[in-house]
Design a protein around this ligand. Structure first.
Ligand SMILES: [Zn+2]
Length: 284
C-alpha cells in the first residue's frame, strides 16, 4: 500500500471501519511510515476522546435537534463533495482503474468525513454541556453566597445577644459590685436586689413577688444619698408573675449611697418620692 492510499484509510482504521484485509495492509504500511504512525495515533486519541465525551452530555432536546440538523446538513455537504466525480481527464480512458478501488476510496472518504463530523458533534456538544455546567456552577455559587450571608447575619445577631448577656453578668458579679438586699417592711413577700457596679456606674435591680401596680400607678426606683438627695433610677412595671428587671446608669461616689427604695408613684413617675416605700434597702 502506498503512502497516499494509507493516508486515505487512516481515519477509517481509527474507527475500526475497515475490512480486515485493508486493516492488515494499512498496518503494514504504518509499521514503516512514521508520518502515518503519528497520524494514526492522533486519530485514535481523537476517537477515544470522542467516545469518552459522547455519553456525558445531557442536553436540551430542542437545542440537540437544532445542532443535529445543522451537523447532518454539513455531513451531507461533505459527503456530496467527497463522492462528487473527479473532473474528467483530457483522455478519459488513458489510465483505466479497477472499479472496486474507486468504490473503496469513496467509502473511505465517507467514513473519514463522518468521523470528522462526529468529532465536530462531540466537541460542539461538549462545549454546550460545559457551558451548562458552568451556568449551573454559577447558580450554585450564588445560592451558597446568599446562604453564607444569612449565616453571617445570624452569627452577628447571636454574638451581640451574647455580649449583652455577658455585660449584664459582669454588672452583677464584678469585683466592684455591691449587692443591696431590699425586703418588705410589711407582712408581704416582695423582695429586691440591687447590683451596683461602682466601676461602670451601672445599677441592675431585680425584684420578685411585687404585686401589679394599681391603674394609673407605677413603681419608681430611687437612689437615696447620705446627703438625702433622691435620684430616680426609672419607673417600671412588673411581669405577670411579679418579677421586674431595671437597668440604670448613674455615676455615684463609692460611699455616698445611703439606701435604695421602690416607691408606688403616679403613672410616669414623680420628681420626688410621694408615698411609703414598698421595698427599701440600706447600703453598707
Ligand atoms: Zn505513510
Amino acid at each position: 500500500m502506498t503512502h497516499p492510499e494509507a493516508q486515505e484509510l487512516l481515519a477509517a482504521l481509527s474507527l475500526d471501519a475497515t475490512s480486515s484485509e485493508e486493516r492488515a495492509a494499512i498496518l503494514a504500511h504504518v509499521a514503516e511510515c512514521d508520518a502515518c504512525a503519528r497520524e494514526l495515533g492522533e486519530l485514535r486519541d481523537a476517537a477515544h476522546a470522542m467516545a469518552q465525551l459522547a455519553p456525558a452530555v445531557p442536553m436540551d432536546p430542542a437545542r440537540q435537534a437544532r445542532v443535529r440538523a445543522h451537523l447532518l446538513a454539513r455531513a451531507a455537504e461533505r459527503a456530496e463533495s467527497a463522492v462528487a466525480p473527479a473532473p474528467k481527464p483530457a483522455k478519459p480512458v488513458a489510465i483505466p482503474m479497477p472499479p472496486h478501488r474507486l468504490t473503496r476510496f469513496s467509502t473511505a472518504r465517507l467514513v473519514a468525513a463522518a468521523a470528522i463530523v462526529l468529532i465536530g458533534v462531540a466537541l460542539a456538544v461538549y462545549a454546550v454541556s460545559a457551558g451548562q455546567r458552568a451556568n449551573a456552577m454559577q447558580r450554585d455559587t450564588q445560592r451558597l453566597l446568599v446562604a453564607q450571608r444569612g449565616l453571617e447575619r445570624e452569627i452577628a445577631a447571636r454574638d451581640s445577644a451574647l455580649a449583652d448577656r455577658q455585660a449584664l453578668l459582669d454588672a452583677m458579679t464584678g469585683a466592684a459590685v455591691q449587692v443591696i438586699e431590699a425586703g418588705a417592711p410589711s407582712a408581704r413577700q416582695p423582695s429586691g436586689k440591687m447590683f451596683w457596679d461602682q466601676m461602670s456606674g451601672q445599677w441592675t435591680f431585680v425584684a420578685h413577688n411585687l404585686p401589679r401596680a394599681a391603674p394609673n400607678r407605677t413603681y419608681q426606683l430611687w437612689l437615696i444619698t447620705r446627703a438625702q438627695r433622691k435620684i430616680s433610677a426609672g419607673v417600671f412595671a412588673t411581669s405577670a408573675s411579679g418579677d421586674a428587671l431595671v437597668i440604670a446608669h448613674y455615676p455615684l461616689a463609692k460611699d455616698s449611697l445611703a439606701a435604695i427604695a421602690v416607691i408606688d408613684e403616679p403613672s410616669g413617675g414623680s420628681p420626688e418620692p410621694t408615698t411609703t416605700p414598698v421595698l427599701v434597702g440600706a447600703s453598707r
